[in-house]
Design a protein around this ligand. Structure first.
Ligand SMILES: N[C@@H](CCC(=O)N[C@@H](CS)C(=O)NCC(=O)O)C(=O)O
Length: 232
């Protein structure tokens, strides 16, 4: 029995976290049945979601979960890809996770209007008048993390410029194919879908979303994966 620890569906997305969405899709690609549990954050071994509990074995981090599924079930997420395509898929995935991700964090947590419409929902359980104090503390922690990582040292317009370059690259790479590498999804599609869907979420007003909406193929890609894996 596999349990996936999640934040829960927010903003019209399968989960608030792109990394959780990635793992949902990896599990679906592999045909692994799983249940979701929204109460695991406090026990998260790396202080982050996602992680899974597979019959008592805990695996934390979306990429290690992928490696675990590959080893346990002998499932090849990249079946049919050439070594060069596999290498490109890995590089594209990491562009999303290690670069584009920080723009998602900045737009959701640091922009006041987006925060009010989005992440502020996470604090509903905190009683007033404590709530704005806790929100302020967490937002300052996120700001510090972004500065330490480096992305947060750029001006918001520069951050958008960098993220839009990633989005444009994804649109060019997908082109007129159904999935990133052809007519079947590969492992990196789990990540690419998670980020494309997250940036297209209508709740958040960002120049990155506007740029993504200009690419009809990205919208088609998002909708195709939603229909096939989340609405079936
Ligand atoms: N490298 C991790 C990244 C996971 C991650 O960054 N999760 C975020 C949500 S998107 C999180 O749990 N953040 C909570 C925190 O940092 O306190 C993975 O691939 O699973």
């Amino acid at each position: 029995m596999t349990t996936l620890y999640t934040f829960g569906p927010y903003f019209g997305l399968p989960d608030a976290s792109p990394f959780v969405i990635k793992v949902m899709l990896l599990l679906k690609f592999a045909g692994t049945k799983y249940s979701e549990d929204r109460s695991g954050f406090r026990k998260a071994p790396k202080g982050k979601l996602p992680y899974i509990d597979d019959d008592g074995l805990i695996v934390a981090d979306s990429t290690f979960i992928r490696f675990y599924i590959e080893k346990k079930y002998g499932f090849d997420f990249d079946t049919g890809l050439t070594p060069e395509q596999k290498a490109a898929a890995w590089a594209i995935e990491k562009m999303c996770e290690e670069h584009l991700y920080w723009a998602l964090v900045a737009t959701r947590w640091l922009d006041d209007a987006n925060f009010a419409k989005g992440q502020a929902q996470f604090f509903k359980a905190v009683p007033m008048p404590l709530r704005p104090i806790v929100q302020g503390l967490i937002r300052r922690k996120v700001e510090k993390t972004l500065k330490l990582q480096g992305f947060g040292r750029h001006m918001p317009a520069e951050q958008d410029e960098l993220a839009i370059a990633d989005i444009n690259a994804l649109a060019t790479l997908i082109g007129d194919k159904a999935f990133l590498m052809g007519d079947q999804p590969c492992g990196a599609d789990a990540t690419v879908f998670a980020f494309v869907a997250s940036f297209l979420a209508p709740v958040f007003e960002t120049p990155i979303r506007t740029a993504a909406e200009r690419h009809a193929n990205l919208i088609g890609y998002r909708d195709r994966i939603l229909r096939r894996y989340f609405e079936a």
